[in-house]
Design a protein around this ligand. Structure first.
Ligand code: 5GP
Ligand code: ZN
Length: 114
């Protein structure tokens, strides 16, 4: 996707503060952090939303979870705890239509999700 912000980050066309990277997943600090730790994890493959995930993505979705565990360790929030969120479509608050997980932590998060 040529006009996708997150695809441009994957290609190095937009700078990002990288936290973790492997051949399938890229993680970087959110540009507008909502918590002391706020990392965005994306699939390098352009998948628009959670609803576009299909059986061909089983491996990459597992890789996304494994990367989230690594990011939690890198950011030292694994033991204390964190929240992992995927917004989907308009009512879910999705703004960037490239599948991503928010990993939030570093403070006690609110009980309410939305
Ligand atoms: P969404 O609402 O789509 O789930 O979240 C998109 C997130 O991406 C937002 O938290 C927003 O701050 C972040 N974001 C949008 N554009 C950029 C960017 O160019 N760089 C970085 N690092 N984060 C971005
Ligand atoms: Zn994209």
């Amino acid at each position: 996707m040529t006009d996708c912000i997150f695809c441009k980050i994957v290609k190095g066309e937009i700078p990002a503060s990288k936290v973790y990277e492997d051949d399938a997943i890229l993680a970087f600090d959110d540009i507008h952090p909502m918590a002391p730790v706020h990392v965005i994890l994306i699939t390098k493959e352009h998948i628009a939303t959670l609803m576009d995930v299909d059986k061909n993505h089983t491996d990459v979705m597992g890789r996304l979870i494994a990367a989230a565990q690594k990011v939690a360790q890198i950011k030292k929030v694994a033991a204390g705890g964190f929240r992992a969120v995927v917004n989907c479509n308009s009512d879910g608050g999705q703004v960037v239509f490239h599948l991503h997980m928010h990993l939030l932590g570093g403070r006690k998060l609110e009980d309410q999700l939305g």
